[in-house]
Each structure stands twice: as structure tokens, then as C-alpha cells.
Design a binder for this molecule. Structure first.
Ligand SMILES: [Cu+2]
Length: 175
């Protein structure tokens, strides 16, 4: 694993800086590192929003994201979205989401996401939404979702990483 030390240092500096609003913050909790936490502005009247983030497990034991909550939402669930027969479907992960040892799990459009339901107010671009993540081992970890524009496909500066995706087909989203 030699040679991986420097990039981590560079990322930490950005977090301390707080002068780089485009970069999502990095949160460390035990063996977990959470980055790229973001969401999207909600179109008028939408009561749900999806939250995305990247969780890296640097440890030698698996952990599990078992739940989440957000002040802005009446209820927050962990969902999985998948394509089956050309139809996008999503379902709650009743047993949470495993973060295997040494692995990185990405919650991103067309995959896993936090489902923020019963929103108390619309999410606007530039908002910072605080979410509390519940991990089996790491415990409660707070992260902040950077709200991007309505059509955003990734956290700030990551524009078109999704490749061929046109939209994420999420409930409440229209083309
Ligand atoms: Cu969902």
C-alpha cells in the first residue's frame, strides 16, 4: 500500500480550509471515511429527496450502515435502486448496507441512496443538509449533504461521472 499516503493528506487540508465550497467535506469516524455527501435541489412541491455519499472502510472489520436521520426530513431510509427489465425500481434495505473491510461503498444516483421523506421544506441549491448516519460499529456519524442543482449528476466538480445516465428516474423527478 506504499504510495497512498499523500493523497489523504491533501484531502484533509481541503476540509480544514473550508474555503473550497465546491469540494464536499470529509468525515472520519473510526475506520470509516465519508466523502462526497451531496443531494439535489427539490423541484417545487417534491416531498422526497435522495442523499448520496461515499463510505470507505479502512479497517479490517466490516461495518454496517443501519439507519439515518435528517432534521429536514420526517423520515430517512436507506434505499437501493436497480434496473430490472428496463424499469427503475427501488426498495428499502431493511438490514442496512454492509461496508466490507477495506472496501468503499458509494451511494450514488441509480444505486444506493438515503431517501429523505416528508421534507419539511424544499432543498435549495447551496443548502447544507445535516444527516446523522447510524453505523453498527462506528456509531452515530454526522455528515453534511451539499445540495446541488436540480439536474446534478454528482457532487460539485464531478459533473458527468455517471456516463450514459440521462436521469435517475427517481420518485418525484420528471424529465
Ligand atoms: Cu429511494
Amino acid at each position: 500500500m506504499r504510495g497512498f499516503g499523500t493523497p489523504v493528506l491533501a484531502v484533509s487540508l481541503i476540509v480544514l480550509g473550508a474555503v473550497a465550497p465546491v469540494k464536499a467535506q470529509q468525515v472520519k469516524a473510526g475506520d470509516l471515511v465519508i466523502t462526497q455527501a451531496w443531494s439535489r435541489a427539490t423541484p417545487n412541491g417534491a416531498k422526497t429527496a435522495a442523499g448520496y455519499l461515499t463510505i470507505q472502510n479502512k479497517g479490517t472489520n466490516a461495518d454496517r450502515l443501519t439507519g439515518a436521520s435528517a432534521d429536514v426530513a420526517g423520515k430517512t431510509e436507506i434505499h437501493e435502486m436497480s434496473m430490472s427489465g428496463g424499469v427503475m425500481k427501488m426498495r428499502p434495505l431493511d438490514n442496512g448496507l454492509q461496508i466490507a473491510a477495506g472496501k468503499t461503498v458509494k451511494l450514488a444516483p441509480e444505486g444506493y441512496h438515503l431517501m429523505l421523506e416528508d421534507l419539511k421544506n424544499p432543498l435549495k441549491q447551496g443548502d447544507k443538509i445535516s444527516v446523522m448516519l447510524d453505523f453498527e460499529k462506528a456509531g452515530k456519524v454526522q455528515a453534511t449533504l451539499d445540495v446541488q442543482g436540480v439536474g446534478a449528476k454528482g457532487p460539485g466538480g464531478e459533473g458527468n461521472m455517471g456516463g450514459k445516465m440521462k436521469m435517475d428516474g427517481h420518485a418525484g423527478m420528471k424529465m
